[in-house]
Unconditional design. Structure first.
Length: 116
């Protein structure tokens, strides 16, 4: 995606430079200004792309962490907490459809069932 951003900015700068040349404003300084402006635009767009990608990755990680349930604990006779066995997962974490016992994938959306 970043390569596409750079290619589009270079093409736009070239088009603007040709238009300036036809308008009689050719030369090294206008060309430097055009390409400098497009360079700044490409850097800003790449930075926004990176921020958006990082935000989506963080949201995806938060969403997957929200679907995990900690194992329940009971207090034993010695006063220490013991981990109980978890009941089997009954519903799909993606679509909410009821899962078939022992299946590895949701029968509705195809999401893999997490075995714990």
């Amino acid at each position: 995606m970043k390569a596409l951003i750079w290619i589009v900015c270079v093409i736009c700068a070239s088009i603007v430079q040709v238009l300036l040349k036809y308008a009689g404003i050719g030369g090294a300084i206008p060309a430097m200004l055009v390409f400098g402006g497009m360079y700044g635009s490409a850097r800003a767009l790449c930075k926004k792309y990176d921020e958006r990608k990082a935000r989506k990755t963080a949201e995806k990680a938060a969403h997957s962490n929200a679907n995990t349930v900690p194992a329940p604990h009971i207090q034993g006779s010695s006063g220490q907490a013991k981990e109980c066995a978890r009941p089997p997962i009954a519903f799909c974490r993606k679509c909410g459809n009821k899962l078939i016992e022992g299946s590895e994938f949701c029968s509705s959306c195809g999401t893999a069932v997490i075995k714990e």
